[in-house]
Structure formats: C-alpha cells, structure tokens
Design a protein. Structure first.
Lengths: 216, 580
C-alpha cells in the first residue's frame, strides 16, 4: 500500500522510468509526466504530495515555471529538483527566487538512487539538509560568482565583445570591463599570463556549466 | 507582366531649392551649362540673323564667359558652393538675373560691334538672358542634386549592408564554431561514459568496447552530417548579394516606364522661357509680354495634359521615348494654334525652330528622368536588399539559438540521460549479463535515434497549450486565435516556431514571476511579409523605470527581429517581431 503520491517530471523516458521504479520500490505511488503541462494535468488528477522535477523539459514551460505555478496553486507540495544545472544562476535566476523548502540535486551526483529517496522524504517532512541542496554547495561550479557575473560570463563565452555586452545590458563599456575584471579575479585567471584570458574564462564557464553553449 | 519602374516626381519647390542650393553653382553644373549655352545661341540665331557661324560661335563664347564670370563672382562671395549650405532663392534669383542680364548685354554689344545684331534685339536679350540662365541652371541643378543625393543614399545603404554582412559573417562563424563544438562535446561526453561502463563491466564480453565505439560512430556521424550540411539560407544570401551588386552598379534597365512621368512641364516651362520670348520678340516686338505669357502658358498646359494623360500608361523605353517626342511636337502645334487665335501667329521658320527646340528639350528632360528612374530603382532595390539582409540576419540568429538548444538537447537530453540511467542500473547489478549489456546498448541507441527529432516534435500550438495548462489555476492565460493560414505558416517554419514559443514562454514566466500578473493575454499576427508579431500583455506590476538586461532580454536579443517592453494603458506589454 502506497502512503505518498509523487509526480516525476522528466522529459527523458529512460530516466523517467528509472526514477519512477526507484521511487515505487521505496514505497511511493508514482505518476510520470514528460513535460510541465502533463505534470499540471497529473496534479489536477491526483493531488500528489510531492514532485521530482527536471528543469529543462524541452520546448515549452521549464521546471522553474512549473514550480512557480505550484507555489500559487499547491504551496504545500514538496519539490525536489533533479537537474543538470549546477544552480539557478545558469538559467538566469537567483537561487533565492526558488521556493525555500526544496531539495536540489544534480543528476551527475545521483549514482546512488537512495539520495533521491532521502531528499524526497526530507521535503515531505520539511527537513531538508544542506547536502540536499547541491545548488548551495560551496564546491559547486562558479560558486563565488553573482548572477550578474554569470550572465556576463555567458555573454563572454558566446563571443561578445565588452562593447556588445554593454549594449545588451544597457550599461557602459567601463562597467562591463569592471565586471569582467572581477570575474577574472574570482576565477583566478591571470590576465598577464600567456594565452587569452577571455578564452580561458569562457572555457571555465563551459566546463562549469557542463553544457557547451546551451542556455546562454 | 513587365516590372514597372516608377519615376520620382519633380516639384517646383524642389526645382527652386536645387536652383538656389550649393549644387547649382558647382564646377560640374557650370561645365554642363557650357554646351547648352552654346547650343542655344547657335540654334536660335544664325538662321534668322546675319553673320557667319564663326561670328556666332564667338558670340556664344562671349555669352558663356560673361555668364560664368558673374556666377563665379557670386559663388566666391555670397553663394558658396559648400555642402550643407541652405538654399538661398532670393540671392540666387539676383545672381541669375544679373548673370543673364550681363550675358544678354555682352552678346548684344559684341554682336552690335560685329554688325550682326539689330537694335531691337537688346530688350529681349535682357529679358531672355536671365530666364535662360535660371531655367538651364535649375535643370542642371536638379539633375546633379539628384545624382549626389542618390550617391549619398547608396553610400549609406552600402555602409548599412556592409555592417549587416559583417554581422552575418560573425553569426556564421558562431554557427561554425557551434558545430565544431558539438562534435567535440559529443565525443567528450561519450568517452568518459564509455570508460565508466567498461570499468564496471570488467568481466563482461570482450565485444563491449567495440559496441560502444559503434555508439560513438553512430552519434558523431549523424550529427556531423546533419549539422555540417549547408544551411538553407546560403542560397538566399547569394541571391541577395547579387541584387545588392546590381543596385550598387545602377545597372537595371527599366522594363516599362510611365510615359507621363518622363514629361516634366515645370522644367520644360523654364527651359522654353527664353526661346518663347525670343520668338515673340522677333515677330511681335511691341507685344513681347503678351506673346510670351501666352506661349509659355500654352507650353505648360500642353505638357501638363500629356503628363497626366500618360501617367498610367506603362510602356517599354522606346515607346515612352516616342510618346515624349510626339508630345513635344503636339505641344508645339498647340502653342502655335493658341498664339494664332490671339493674333500672334509665328513666322514659318520660327515655328519649326520652336518645334525643334521643344523636341531637343524634351529629349534632355527624358534623359534626365530616365536616369532618375534608374537611380530610384537602384535605391529602392538597395533598401529592399538591406531590409532582406536584416531579416536574414535575424533568421541566422534564430538558427544559432536553436542550434545551441539542439546541442543542449542532444548532450543533456537523450544521450546523457541514457548514460546516467545505464550507469545507475549497472551500479545495482553485481554481475552484468549479456542481456544487461544489450539493454545498455539499446538504451543508448534509442537515445541516439531521438537526435533526428530533437526539435519540431512540438508545434507552437502545442507549446501554447502547455503554457496554458501549466499556469492554469495560478494565472489566467488567454491564448491567441490563429487563422488556419497563419498557423500553417508558423508551423511550416520550425525554427521560427521554436523561437516564437520561447519568447511567449519567457514573457509569461516573467509576467508571473516579476510582475505578479493574474491575467496574461497572448496575441500573434503577421505584421509583414516575413515578420510575425507577438504581443504578450499582463495586468501585473508596471515596469520599473530601468529594467536591467537579464536572461530574458538576452534571449529576446537573440531570437527577435525587434522587441520592446513598455507600460501601456495599465498593462505591461511585450511586443516582439520575429523573422519568419
């Protein structure tokens, strides 16, 4: 007999089924959804206790969009983000914009599926611990950069010049130069050393985000 | 049906402005004035007055030198030929009157000294000279000002085109880098995954590595083929570049012309003035004013009639030319009839001189209008090219964006998910069997097979429905009613469709998150031949005075042709146009 109902929102069928089986074997009743709209319909039909939510769900609303909607319609539902994104900044959002009582797990750290079950239990009991917030870990990529710096770094990685970045942000070139300089400092990139500091910064960003030029 | 080449209209105000502007006294205009000045003297005098051609050539030279000397004096003092100088109609009128009067006096005095100029000629040369100078310089000024403006416009368009070309080059380079990056990433993602699986399956059959290498090949090859193949925009770029070259070279010969537009009554009026006055002064010395006014009125009304009557008659070049010539002959006869009705019948030889002069003036006007037609066509074509290039660049930016999303979908969607799932599954198995290994390979193959349908699986309508479903209960989202034609057009263009979906998604998300909106209205409409207009209005908090550029605006910059966010009538409205 299942005691809790969970909706798993994951656009990749393989992972979706695997997560569903893992949770079912841990005593959860599971409904799966391939996108945010299916998830919304599943919520209406089942009124579940929690959701395991990917952020990138293909074309259409993202996991963050769905979480935002849930905050208005079902604020008591537990949310576990299960995603490739190191943290919300990589999707142009501040971590503080996310609902407070959530767990945030990175897929790359999920070889042990018990971690997911533990996180789900934690959000259901309002007892999320630091280890279940991968997006807040100090060891996460580019942890020392602000959202604004991440945005500028993304533009830099796309090959934009300082002048173009200033244009896009509606600021001065001098302001962008200041941000870029602080980014180099935070990433410990030696601007005097041989090689191009911008290329190195871009490469660092790509490595950190683990995602080529996507979502820039 | 042949393409119609419209001719720019010539207004009296434009004529006056050009005649009194900086171009009017430029070296080029004064040089072009020389043959006309010579021609007038040689056509209208030797046949009716005594004197040899040598003597009249001498008189023509004296007239020209006198005219140019006065005009140069004005240019050096009060009418500088400097770019940007405002037109000075009053001062210019004085200059032409003085120059014409000096010309008339110089020609008369020289002619009298040579014994070939009767005393009665003085008055009409004093009147005809200024009119001739005014008329001729006006015509030449209009012609040259049009040329200069045309060259300036073309130069500006060239600069704009060059900037767009450069931008396009940059985008193309980014697409190229993306493709290269994609291949590198696919290998980068797969290689360690393969190693990991191999480590976990040390006791597995020996063909595992071969199978996984096959996987790499199966992933990399379709990608390199798919992403490496030429973009559909390549051909469009080539076609547009050809049009640009054509426009810059001004080399399009008009297929059909408006016969009426090739006739310019205002110019012909001015140009005829001195001839008409000459003719009446010779025949009716006591009634120069009445005769001149009558003949000029007849000329103006006659040409105006033909201009209007043939304005919508679109014919090939040769026919347009014939119509102009026939019109000039007809106007000459009409003028003669009007003059005869009032008792100012011209002498036979003067009438035929008048006809000849009208034909010559009409040919000159025709030539000017023809060049102006070509120039206008070149400018219009160039403007269209620049506009097309801007649309094309926007489409390229869309491709770049979609390319990136595609890369993300490939690397972090199917393939990576398959690898994670395999890794998790295998971690639970102590001793994998051949069936387990087979399952791993099947998973990866399945993920790879999805590469063909990464985008395009969901239409814009699907995404709009998703947006509605996701926000239902939290926010009221009103979806657009699309006509079947527009829906088909959007969905036929998967790139534009994906971009439109992303803009709408981002706008609704921001309206709810930042604006705390409760009601959002989405509207879509075709706003141009290649533009789809997207409007997302919400009743949330108005925008702050300064909206910081962020992730949302970055996406807008990438995929939208134009976009703006504004407070309007109590609503916050995002308006965007995307190339389609």
């Amino acid at each position: 007999m299942y005691s809790r109902h969970v909706v798993v929102v994951e656009d990749e069928a393989l992972l979706r089924d695997l997560i569903a089986k893992t949770l079912e074997s841990s005593g959860f009743e599971v409904t799966t959804a391939a996108n945010a709209a299916d998830a919304a319909r599943a919520f209406k039909a089942h009124d579940p206790d929690a959701v395991v939510l990917d952020v990138e769900l293909g074309p259409g609303p993202t996991g963050f969009d769905f979480a935002e909607s849930l905050q208005k319609t079902a604020p008591d539902v537990g949310i576990v983000f299960l995603t490739n994104l190191p943290d919300a900044r990589f999707a142009g959002k501040e971590t503080k914009e996310l609902p407070s009582k959530i767990a945030y797990l990175r897929k790359s750290q999920l070889i042990d599926s018990n971690e997911l079950v533990d996180a789900l239990e934690a959000v259901l009991h309002d007892s999320v611990i630091a280890g279940q917030r991968h997006d807040l870990q100090s060891s996460r990529p580019l942890a020392s950069l602000s959202k604004k710096q991440i945005l500028v770094l993304q533009l830099l990685a796309m090959g934009y010049t300082n002048s173009q970045i200033a244009d896009k942000r509606g600021t001065t070139v001098r302001a962008v130069e200041g941000i870029v300089s602080r980014i180099f400092q935070a990433l410990e990139i030696d601007v005097q050393a041989e090689g191009n500091a911008r290329v190195e910064a871009a490469a660092t960003y790509l490595r950190a985000s683990g995602k080529s030029l996507s979502d820039i | 049906m042949s393409e119609k080449f419209s001719t720019p209209k010539t207004s009296l105000r434009e004529a006056i402005n050009n005649a009194s502007g900086p171009v009017a006294l430029s070296n080029r205009v004064l040089l072009q004035f020389a043959p006309i000045s010579f021609m007038l003297v040689l056509v209208s005098n030797p046949s009716r007055l005594s004197g040899s051609y040598i003597e009249w050539i001498l008189l023509a030279a004296v007239g020209l030198i006198a005219t140019v000397a006065v005009l140069l004096t004005f240019r050096a003092t009060v009418l500088p030929s400097v770019t940007g100088r405002e037109p000075r109609p009053f001062m210019s009128s004085i200059a032409y009157t003085v120059a014409g009067a000096v010309r008339g006096t110089a020609v008369y005095l020289t002619g009298a000294a040579l014994g070939i100029m009767p005393p009665g000629e003085f008055i009409f040369r004093l009147i005809g000279g200024p009119l001739f100078v005014y008329g001729a310089i006006s015509m030449l000024a209009i012609f040259n000002a049009s040329r200069i403006r045309h060259e300036k416009t073309l130069a500006e368009l060239e600069i704009e085109k060059a900037e767009l070309d450069e931008l396009r080059g940059g985008i193309r380079e980014r697409i190229r880098l993306q493709r290269a990056d994609l291949l590198k990433r696919v290998q980068g993602v797969l290689a360690p995954a393969v190693e990991e699986v191999k480590t976990q399956l040390q006791s597995s059959p020996s063909d595992l590595s071969l199978r996984l290498r096959d996987v790499v090949e199966t992933v990399v090859r379709p990608l390199s083929h798919d992403i490496g193949k030429g973009s559909k925009v390549d051909q469009e770029v080539s076609s547009i570049s050809n049009r640009a070259a054509f426009a810059a070279a001004k080399s399009r010969f008009p297929a059909t012309l408006s016969a009426g537009s090739m006739i310019v009554p205002e110019l012909l009026f001015f140009a005829t003035a001195s001839i008409a006055i000459t003719a009446t002064a010779i025949n009716f010395p006591g009634e120069v004013l009445q005769g001149s006014v009558l003949s000029l009125l007849a000329v103006f009304v006659g040409y105006k009639f033909f201009q209007k009557a043939f304005a919508k008659v679109w014919v090939p070049f040769v026919f347009a030319l014939l119509i102009s010539i026939l019109a000039s002959v007809a106007v000459s006869f009409f003028t003669e009839i009007v003059l005869a009705l009032f008792g100012y019948d011209l002498e036979n030889y003067l009438f035929w001189q008048f006809v000849l002069s009208q034909v010559v003036l009409t040919l000159i006007t025709f030539y000017m209008q023809f060049l102006r037609t070509q120039r206008q066509d070149a400018e219009l074509e160039m403007t269209r090219v620049v506009s097309d290039l801007a649309i094309l660049n926007s489409q390229l930016r869309q491709e770049v964006w979609l390319n990136r999303r595609r890369i993300a979908s490939i690397l972090h969607g199917s393939v990576q998910a398959a690898l994670y799932a395999s890794a998790i599954r295998l971690a639970k198995i102590e001793s994998p069997t051949a069936a387990d290994i087979e399952a791993v390979q099947n998973d990866i193959s399945l993920a790879i097979s999805k590469l063909e349908t990464v985008d395009g699986a969901e239409t814009l309508s699907d995404v709009l429905e998703q947006i509605h479903a996701v926000w239902e209960g939290a926010v009221e989202v009103q979806l657009p009613q699309l006509s079947p034609e527009l829906k088909a057009k959007i969905e036929a263009n998967t790139v534009a469709s994906a971009c439109a979906a992303e803009i709408v998604r981002e706008a609704v998300s921001n309206a709810v998150k930042h604006g705390k909106a409760e009601h959002v209205v989405i509207e879509l409409e075709q706003t141009g031949a290649h533009l789809l207009g997207i409007t997302v209005s919400n009743d949330g908090q108005p925008l702050p005075a300064e909206v910081e550029a962020g992730y949302g605006s970055s996406i807008m910059d990438e995929v939208a042709f134009t976009w703006q966010l504004e407070n309007r009538g109590g609503f916050t409205v995002l308006g965007a146009a995307i190339a389609i």
